[in-house]
Design a protein around this ligand. Structure first.
Ligand SMILES: [Cu+2]
Length: 173
């Protein structure tokens, strides 16, 4: 965790650009799945588009609202949904990465205070190439059934295209 003033400074520097951002990386539809007030782990989702000519590599995420954040991917193993930690996620030039239920997600660990639908969570995404991107993610209800202990939705597994959703989707703008 960086000192708070650094986080805030980064936030102010980049907060106006979270929808159309730094070095060609754009975040779309960031949201956090609402969990019970006692939940120690929540998940955030968004799409990252790389409009630039260079690969960007997401390596970490920080938030003043959580003590610890990891990048995870849900996988199915022997019929059980499990999560694997991912240390970097490459977004190729003119490519797109989707974080979505049942696949890649930003795992938000140890909330500083309980969150409920309608709350906003500031996230700062750090890229290996040196840039960062601040986004504001709204807490939303993420559908009903199939929550496991990590707040993931098993019923969404069927929508997963493949285990490796890091492939380069065609860009549609
Ligand atoms: Cu996870």
């Amino acid at each position: 965790m960086k000192p708070l003033f650094t986080v805030l400074a980064l936030f102010f520097l980049t907060s106006t650009t979270w929808a159309a951002s730094t070095h060609g990386i754009e975040a779309h539809d960031p949201w956090v799945r609402e969990a019970p007030p006692t939940a120690k782990v929540l998940a955030a989702y968004l799409q990252l588009h790389n409009h630039g000519d260079k690969t960007h590599t997401l390596v970490s995420v920080e938030s003043p609202a959580f003590k610890h954040i990891e990048l995870h991917r849900s996988e199915e193993k022997d019929g059980m949904a499990t999560m694997v930690r991912v240390t970097k996620i490459m977004i190729p030039a003119h490519g797109k990465i989707s974080f979505e239920p049942g696949s890649l997600h930003i795992m938000l660990i140890d909330p500083v205070a309980p969150l409920k639908a309608g709350n906003k969570v500031s996230l700062i995404l750090y890229f290996a190439e040196g840039s960062s991107l601040a986004v504001s993610a709204e807490v939303r209800r993420g559908g009903a059934a199939g929550m496991n202990h990590h707040g993931m939705d098993h019923s969404m597994e069927m929508h997963k295209e493949s285990h490796g959703d890091m492939k380069n989707h065609e860009h549609k703008h």
